[in-house]
Design a protein around this ligand. Structure first.
Ligand code: S0N
Length: 279
């Protein structure tokens, strides 16, 4: 059984954030009394933890999961936006301002140059379902339940939550998921390409760690370029920017790339003649 020693990174109110020496970060939404629904503060904390994981060069894989089971024995990955703080214009934060800051978090998960794996036990519903969609990979427990509720509770996610979902499961199925607001079990989710694998709930974290360790054996630059390449086709100019950023990063790592800078600093003309125009 794959096991690691988790070390808490910093204290938060709505989430737990841990890392292990093997290069994995684990971010856990910790509001089981609300089926791990997020309020603006939860999203601020998630964003902060993801930023820390992004900056940490020892971290290559991030596991995103939900705390549980709750005292009633039920599990949840995340039940979306906390409806009890929803007001005019969004989800009301502690200063009384309406927020949809989960959209910032979605973009961060999408572009962070590391692999994000959703570990889903229990409900992944509404905006919580969209979060797992945004993750690079999803490992579902056999008790996982997936679905959108927007048209039932008066909301919708017309961004990645609609268009990227349709890329994953096809247009017909995505429309069914949103228009009917049904719930789908883990096996059905696997059949429709919504998740990568299904395991018994008690093996969920160990399986996530196994997948992470396997990924961590691979080339970091290859993985970050591949992630950007998968995104580029769908994300328009933002996707091209992401992929191009990685190309620039690689160019900076070459001797040819530093020749221009070096020449500028040495107040001489750059000698690019020494580099081949490869076929
Ligand atoms: C998850 C469900 C199916 C679980 O059912 P179950 O097991 O019967 O439990 P419950 O008794 O219903 O719940 C247990 C306790 O948890 C609270 N709770 C559950 N979910 C939420 C929630 N989302 N917000 C607040 N509280 C929640 C229950 O109230 C209960 O508490 P107590 O015991 O005190 O009564 C079931 O719970 C369910 O269907 N939940 C609601 C799911 C939902 O509709 N989520 C919101 C969907 N919308 C979004 O997520 C919006 C996403 C978003 O932010 C966004 C993004 C882009 C563009 C727009 C938006 C936008 O805001 O619209």
């Amino acid at each position: 059984m794959a096991q690691v020693q988790w070390q808490s990174v910093r204290e938060y109110e709505d989430i737990r954030y841990e890392k292990c020496a093997e290069g994995i970060a684990k971010i856990t939404i910790n509001r089981p009394h609300k089926r791990n629904a997020f309020r603006p503060k939860t999203v601020v904390e998630l964003y902060d933890a993801f930023c820390d994981a992004r900056e940490d060069i020892a971290i290559g894989v991030i596991l995103l999961t939900g705390a549980g089971p709750h005292t009633d024995g039920r599990y949840a990955f995340c039940a979306g936006g906390d409806q009890s703080v929803r007001g005019a214009g969004g989800y009301i934060d502690e200063e009384g301002l309406p927020r949809l800051n989960v959209l910032d978090l979605q973009r961060l998960i999408r572009t962070i140059p590391k692999v994000v794996i959703a570990l889903v036990a229990g409900y992944a519903i509404g905006g919580g379902h969209v979060l797992h969609i945004l993750c690079d990979l999803t490992i579902a427990a056999d008790n996982a339940v997936f679905g959108q509720t927007g048209p039932k509770v008066g909301s919708f996610d017309g961004g990645f939550g609609a268009s990227y979902l349709a890329r994953l499961v096809g247009q017909k199925k995505a429309r069914e998921i949103w228009f009917l607001c049904r719930q789908y079990g883990a096996k059905e989710a696997l059949q429709m390409g919504l998740v990568n694998t299904v395991v018994p709930v008690e093996e969920l974290e160990a399986e996530g760690i196994r997948w992470a360790l396997e990924i961590l054996e691979k080339s970091p630059i290859a993985i970050r370029c591949l992630k950007a390449a998968f995104n580029a086709e769908l994300d328009g100019m933002a996707g091209i920017q992401e992929l191009a950023g990685h190309a620039t990063h690689l160019y900076y790592l070459t001797e040819e790339g530093s020749e221009g800078k070096q020449a500028f600093l040495e107040k001489r003309s750059p000698d690019f003649r020494q580099y081949p125009w490869l076929p």
